[in-house]
Structure formats: C-alpha cells, structure tokens
Design a protein around this ligand. Structure first.
Ligand SMILES: NC(=O)c1ccc[n+]([C@@H]2O[C@H](COP(=O)([O-])OP(=O)(O)OC[C@H]3O[C@@H](n4cnc5c(N)ncnc54)[C@H](OP(=O)(O)O)[C@@H]3O)[C@@H](O)[C@H]2O)c1
Length: 313
C-alpha cells in the first residue's frame, strides 16, 4: 500500500516509517525542513517537502502523491510544557489538529485515498466522572479546566471529523503518554529531568490515573491500524492504567532519584494551577481492550513497570 505520512520526522513518525517500510509498504514522507529528508530517504521512503499549515501546498503534495492511506502524526509541542498555559503552548498543535487535518481529509477524498488515520490523546480528555478507566464509548470532558478548553476542542474536532467520515475508512488513535527514546520520559527527557530534580511533585492524594505507552508499541499499533483497523476510535495504551501515587514514586526509584516531594492541593493550585492539580488528582486512564481485539496488537511493554526499567533508552 502507498502510505503518506505527515509528521514522518517526529518521535512516532520516524518509527512508523520504519515499520511500514519493513512490512513492504511504499512510504511518502512529508518533511518541513529539507535537511531532515535524507535520513528518511536512506531508510527507503520517498520524501516530499512542505508545510502542513499551508493548505494549498499540502493539498497539491497529497494529490500528486496519490496515496492509498494518509496518516496525520503532526504535533508541535514545546520540549517543556507549562501546564498552566497548555492552550497557549498547544496553539500550533491545535491548528495542526483542525486546519491541517481538515485539509488532509479533503485531499484524501479528492485523491481517492481509502484510509485516513490521525493522532489523538488518551487520558486527560476523558470526563472526570465515574470509574478510573475509560473505553472508546465513554464521553470526553464537558467542563475542562480553563486552559485546556481550546486543546480539548481541537481534539474533539479531530475525532468528530474521523467519526463523521463515512466515504473512507477513518481512524483516530488515542495514544497514552509516550515514554521511551525521544520522548519526555526518556533517560534524557524533560519529565525525567524534573523527577530527578524533585520538581515533579505528588499532589494531594495523587489519585489521577495515567495511561502510558512505549513509543515502539505505539508505532507498531499504528502500523497495524493502517493495515487492518476498522473505522473509529482506538485507545493505544498499555495494560495498566496507573495512579500517580504509584507510577511517580516508582519512576523516581527506577531513576535512582530521591522520592518526589508532596504538595497539598491548595499549594499546588498556586504552583501548577488548577490544570496541573487536575492532571495529578482527577484525570482518567484508558482501556486497550478494543485495540488488542480489533488490531491484533499487544504492547511488548504490557506495563510501565517493566517499561520504565527497561525501555527509557
Ligand atoms: N501521546 C503523547 O504522549 C505525545 C504525543 C505527541 C508528542 N508527545 C511529546 O511531545 C514531544 C515532542 O513533540 P513534537 O510535537 O515535536 O512531536 P514530534 O512527534 O517529535 O514531531 C511532530 C512532527 O510534526 C511535524 N510538524 C509539525 N508542524 C508541522 C508543519 N507545520 N508542517 C509539517 N510538519 C510539521 C514535525 O516536523 P519537524 O521535524 O519539521 O518539526 C514532526 O515530524 C516529545 O516529548 C513527545 O514525546 C507526546
């Protein structure tokens, strides 16, 4: 199959390109900066250069490539995220999830692509009510913290576009928090650095539930979804959604770092805002039952417990 990958130079994109080429697919890889092309060409991909936020340019590129499948792995997330200013920091990512996704879907229709796949997120977007672990049928947050609203609206736009598409097979993969080489939870990652410096505190009862996924497992799931996934939403997470109270001290221990500090909610609200408190105390995790069943995929790191010990790179 000829697969167009936007975001091919990214943390998941470059692994995905390798899996697709290894499986015998033709890959057309979009890069923004020409100097990033040769690595992908050496791997065996055909490189095209363009900016995904220039609609006319992107449409022409896609229509010239005539792919059978189109994959959106575009994000523009700053290396260190200030959770209090999430919407501001995700403003480009939000445009990529709305404007660029709309352009790509329209181009997919124009060029007769059969499959369309986008990157979404599994975890904080879920409604913070009911049980700790959510499926693809559970609702998203109807009342997110103030500085999450635009980002959640962009995710909702993207997923609505996927779910409303009937004339081609469209999928949204909701990845859990990435860890592993190139991510923020890697040996040299920004979250790991904060944990080592005791700058990533436990807040209150630390009852937020985080779902993780190793970056290689996410890429393998994506390749499987491109090949055989039916239309719809998929949580791409490991088998063990985890309380912050469990995973954060464990990560510190694995790193040989001192245990995380503890902050009461009132103090944390001041330091990391309501948004940060929500992440540490209220968010929900995701179930991977549907992805395992329908994509015939299993994460190699079934739990972050082994993944944090062996998979940080
Ligand atoms: N589920 C998760 O936990 C999750 C999801 C995504 C990202 N992250 C984290 O975010 C950090 C890096 O973020 P990132 O957003 O830079 O992700 P990334 O996956 O490293 O890169 C995103 C991709 O989008 C491309 N891109 C962005 N804007 C573009 C545009 N206007 N036109 C064409 N291509 C464009 C980038 O191209 P260039 O190479 O030219 O920039 C790159 O290929 C990492 O720590 C990663 O782990 C986490």
């Amino acid at each position: 199959m000829k697969v167009f990958v936007a975001g091919a130079t990214g943390v998941i994109g470059r692994r995905l390109v390798a899996y697709l080429l290894g499986a015998g697919h033709d890959v057309v890889a979009l890069v923004r900066t020409p100097s990033k092309g040769p690595v992908l060409e050496k791997m065996g991909a055909r490189v095209v250069v363009g900016d995904a936020l220039k609609a006319k340019e992107l449409t022409e590129i896609i229509c010239t490539a005539e792919p059978e499948a189109i994959v959106h792995q575009l994000t523009a997330i700053p290396p260190v995220t200030n959770i209090k200013k999430l919407d501001e920091q995700f403003s480009l990512t939000n445009r990529l999830r709305t404007e660029a996704a709309d352009t790509m879907l329209a181009a997919a229709r124009r060029t007769g692509a059969r499959r369309f796949l986008v990157q979404s997120f599994c975890g904080w977007p879920f409604a913070r009510q009911g049980g700790p672990v959510k499926t693809e049928d559970d609702p998203l947050d109807g009342d997110p913290p103030a500085n999450f609203r635009k980002t959640l609206a962009a995710i909702q736009h993207l997923e609505d576009a996927v779910c409303g598409t009937k004339d081609l097979t469209a999928l949204a993969l909701r990845y859990g928090f990435f860890y592993g080489p190139g991510t923020s939870i890697a040996t040299d990652g920004s979250i790991v650095t904060m944990v080592r410096r005791r700058q990533f505190p436990l807040v209150g009862h630390a009852g937020g539930v985080w779902s993780f996924i190793h970056i290689d497992d996410a890429a393998r799931a994506t390749a499987a979804a491109i090949e055989r996934g039916a239309a719809g939403l998929y949580n791409i997470v490991d088998d063990e959604p985890a309380l912050v109270a469990l995973w954060l001290p464990y990560l510190a221990e694995v790193l040989g770092a001192p245990p995380p500090r503890r902050l009461p909610v009132w103090l944390a609200s001041w330091v990391i805002g309501q948004e940060g408190v929500t992440m540490m105390t209220e968010i929900r995790g995701g179930s991977n039952a549907k992805a395992k069943r329908e994509l015939a995929w299993e994460p190699a790191f079934a739990s972050w417990r082994r993944g944090f010990r062996e998979g940080l790179g």
